[in-house]
Design a protein around this ligand. Structure first.
Ligand SMILES: Nc1ncnc2c1ncn2[C@@H]1O[C@H](COP(=O)(O)OP(=O)(O)OP(=O)(O)O)[C@@H](O)[C@H]1O
Length: 437
């Protein structure tokens, strides 16, 4: 997982009622990118464009290759998560920029060349998790907007939200309208640090389906981009009203679970990598083969490696982000921190959180439609059999010798062609080919 540190301009002057923490201690954290966006006059000031050029482009290139990609912002309340993910009208953030550029990078015009055709579909959805309930931010009608949706798990495609509305988007304007509608529906409230604090976790999802027919061989990839703006972590204040305290404890519950999930995943990843290096050292030492290397991995030199249980289901947030956190996704975490001295504890906790996240090793893979892959593989097999048939006929011109072998190969070709036709028929007529599981 990639870890990005972003310093925001918030509360640089400190809070009048808070004691400034002046402890001097050197702590080191590693990160992949670091941005200073405190003062626009500063020569090192990082603009939204600069952040997009690094992170947004990574997101888009991953998705165009057929990978799932997740980008999420974590940090104390008021530290700039929403500013980074959504931005302001004058300074748009990562999500609108990704929508803006995605059209040109990912959806080239149909009809690539004589032997290839391409079509693509882009679907957007926007949800929030508020008090451990999922709400659709793009559903019309007051009643529907308030209804909470169920999270379910598909055996292959993983967790998803049942009945979440998905919207076909063909241009940037439509994507922006959806984004604005969702942001307006999101729950915010005033807290000590921030007048319009997001009280929910918001997930904007773009699902791209790219179908290519090249030399009569089909391929279809489906990639999902999850753009997550988390609610801010904040200590409970007894002066808050009951609703705010309930919100706060639910926000904390999901962020604590997120922390536990991240630590457990990081521990498992580290365990796997140290196991691997011990085994590779052992195999280098005794000159063992690749086969013995892989078997000693699972055996662990006598003792089996025990992986931690990952409590994804302990909160809706971690359940929904299961794949993004430790599975089939390329994931970037942005940690937003304030340089103010009285944010010392929150900053330290955010950095520790992110340092754990950076140790997680995900297993992203290109998401190709299984049916389409089968069609392509069968076609390749047909071509192989046909060329075998041809070379056999050329080597054995006498019809009596080649008849039996010829018949077998021709049967195989016919059977495979039949499978291709059936597969194509199923693929073309699947009703939910472009929707959630
Ligand atoms: N780098 C920045 N440059 C200019 N303004 C910023 C920057 N970062 C944050 N702000 C401003 O600071 C305020 C708080 O930022 P933001 O809403 O992004 O915080 P947040 O981390 O999402 O807070 P919460 O968790 O409470 O929702 C906003 O008015 C935002 O526009």
């Amino acid at each position: 997982m990639c870890f990005t540190l972003l310093f925001s301009s918030l509360k640089l002057d400190g809070r009048a009622d808070g004691a400034v923490d002046s402890r001097e201690k050197l702590l080191e954290f590693c990160f992949d990118y670091c941005y200073w966006s405190v003062d626009p006059a500063d020569p090192h000031y990082a603009s939204q464009e600069e952040v997009f050029q690094d992170l947004g482009v990574l997101v888009l290139s991953g998705a165009s290759e057929g990978y799932n990609v997740c980008l999420f912002a974590y940090g104390q309340t008021g530290s700039g998560k929403t500013y980074t993910m959504m931005g302001t009208p004058d300074s748009i953030g990562l999500t609108p920029r990704i929508c803006q550029v995605s059209k040109s990078i990912m959806i080239p015009a149909s009809g690539l060349c004589l032997h290839s055709r391409m079509s693509s579909l882009c679907l957007c959805s926007f949800l929030e998790i508020y008090n451990e309930r999922v709400r659709d931010l793009l559903r019309g009608g007051e009643q529907k907007k308030r209804a909470s949706l169920r999270v379910r798990e598909h055996p292959e495609k993983g967790p998803y939200v049942q009945d979440l509305s998905q919207h076909v988007v063909t241009d940037y304007k439509q994507a922006m309208e959806l984004l604005e509608e969702g942001i307006a529906n999101r729950i915010t409230a005033a807290t000590h640090n921030h007048d319009a604090s997001s009280r929910s976790h918001a997930i904007f999802t773009i699902q791209y389906t790219q179908a290519i027919l090249e030399n009569n061989l089909p391929s279809e990839t489906v990639s999902k981009i999850n753009l997550v703006d988390l609610a801010g972590s904040e200590r409970a204040d007894p002066h808050y009203c009951r609703d705010r305290l309930t919100e706060g404890s639910n926000i904390n519950k999901s962020l604590v679970t997120l922390g536990i999930v991240i630590s457990a995943l990081a521990q498992n990843s580290q365990m796997s990598s140290s196991c691997q290096s011990i085994n590779s050292m052992a195999s280098e030492g005794d000159g063992s083969t690749v086969g013995s290397h892989s078997s000693s991995l699972s055996g662990g030199g006598g003792g089996r490696t025990r992986h931690c249980f990952i409590p994804y289901r302990d909160s809706v947030l971690t359940w929904l982000l299961k794949d993004s956190l430790g599975g089939n996704s390329k994931t970037i975490m942005i940690a937003t921190v304030s340089p103010s001295a009285n944010s010392y504890n929150e900053t330290l906790s955010t950095l520790r959180y992110a340092a754990h996240a950076r140790n997680i090793v995900n297993k992203p893979r290109v998401n190709e439609d299984a049916n389409v892959r089968l069609i392509r593989e069968l076609r390749e097999e047909i071509d192989r059999l046909k060329s075998m048939l041809l070379s056999f006929e050329m080597r054995n011109p006498s019809p009596s010798l080649s008849d039996e072998r010829d018949g077998n190969l021709s049967d195989m070709v016919l059977q495979n062609e039949l499978k291709v036709t059936q597969g194509r028929h199923r693929w073309l007529h699947l009703p939910d080919r472009h929707t959630s599981p």
